[in-house]
Design a protein around this ligand. Structure first.
Ligand code: DP6
Length: 346
């Protein structure tokens, strides 16, 4: 609720330039596949934890006389694909706001970009909050999450802090748009950490959008994974409400491995997992044998995030950091909602 209030209250400034910050999220039950590409509607619901690490800070400034949008990324000009996605997103914002002014977008990203660590989620959540504000849209948290979804599906969850569910919604087109939003989920007494284990910080070989389209179109295992995902979602909500982190981790691990299995069965196969990923999975299984309630999840990349109680996180990080293929280890806790940064533009 806090996230919703904060995200909702802070958007309607309508000034010339606004800066917003958002954090990445890691899904415990994944989003993988769309039922409507135009409106960015997912096949299944998903549930994630927003991190308190690797924020993206984005400033959007209106330039009424400019002929096009300018996009800068980490101090340089953005790659064409990224700039195009951002321009298309701004078109959505302008259509909603009934305004035509172009903008300069400057984004600074602290997550290893495109390494399967959800950089686009933080990026589009920050952009949605900043752009909604600067174009004078007055949106509550739910509406902001629907807007962020149009940029990148997983971004709708980064609008909120803590544990967040993205509802698949009903139908397609405009009806689907209204019913497919994110909201915080209630959790019991939990003190969780995600130990992010980077085995390869480089860009992924196949962008997730392309990989999910291919999996959906060609993998005989995709339908089975999606059906199991709906059940996983209900069970995960229950486990979180009961404060049962061990069970939440077990559900997250099976859901992620099922997603990767569906990719491996695609024709031709998509394989993000590397020897390094498998070495981390082996070590996590061994930690469990030793009584540590740790479970792994893996996005569209080789890096592994390990869910465990915060009190075990330093020990888990030390174990995983000792694996030869592991380049760095980061301990994340539940992070905050996306917000406009303090009044420098007012
Ligand atoms: C594996 O949100 O990056 O991280 O909606 O096409 O932009 P688009 O895809 P994106 O996909 C994220 C996939 C995932 C799982 C998840 O975050 O739920």
């Amino acid at each position: 609720m806090d996230g919703l209030m904060r995200a909702g209250v802070m958007t309607a400034t309508g000034g010339r330039g606004v800066t917003a910050r958002a954090y990445p999220n890691i899904a415990l039950v994944k989003y993988w596949g769309k039922r409507d590409e135009k409106w960015m509607l997912p096949v299944t619901g998903s549930l994630s934890m927003t991190l308190d690490l690797f924020p993206t800070t984005t400033r959007v400034e209106l330039v009424p006389d400019a002929a096009t949008d300018v996009v800068r990324f980490n101090g340089g000009s953005a790659e064409d694909v990224t700039a195009d996605r951002i321009r298309r997103f701004l078109e959505v914002v302008r259509a909603l706001a009934g305004r035509s002014a172009h903008a300069i977008v400057e984004s600074v990203n602290t997550v290893p970009t495109a390494a399967g660590l959800a950089s686009s989620a933080a990026g589009f959540a920050a952009l949605a909050v900043a752009a909604a504000s600067v174009y004078g849209l007055c949106l509550d948290g739910r509406a902001l999450s629907r807007l962020a979804r149009r940029g990148s599906g997983s971004a709708c969850r980064s609008v909120f802090g803590g544990f967040v569910q993205w509802h698949a919604g009903l139908a397609e087109g405009r009806m689907g748009d209204k019913t497919s939003y994110a909201e915080p989920v209630p959790v019991g007494a939990l003190d969780p950490a995600l130990v992010i284990t980077v085995v390869d910080p480089g860009p992924k070989r196949v962008p997730s959008r392309q990989a999910m389209r291919h999996t959906q179109a060609t993998s005989p295992l995709y339908g089975a994974w999606a059906r199991a995902g709906e059940a996983d979602l209900g069970e995960l909500r229950r486990a979180l409400r009961q404060g049962d982190l061990d069970r939440a981790g077990m559900i997250a691990e099976r859901n992620a491995l099922g997603m990767h299995a569906s990719m491996l069965a695609a024709r031709p196969a998509i394989r993000y997992l590397t020897g390094g990923s498998l070495a981390v999975l082996d070590r996590v299984a061994r930690l469990r044998e030793q009584g540590v309630p740790a479970h792994a999840t893996i996005d569209a990349g080789p890096n592994v995030a390990v869910l465990c109680p915060r009190q075990d996180a330093a020990g888990v990080a030390q174990e995983l950091g000792a694996i030869g293929d592991v380049q760095s280890v980061h301990i994340a806790g539940p992070g905050p909602a996306a917000t406009v940064c303090g009044g420098e533009d007012r």
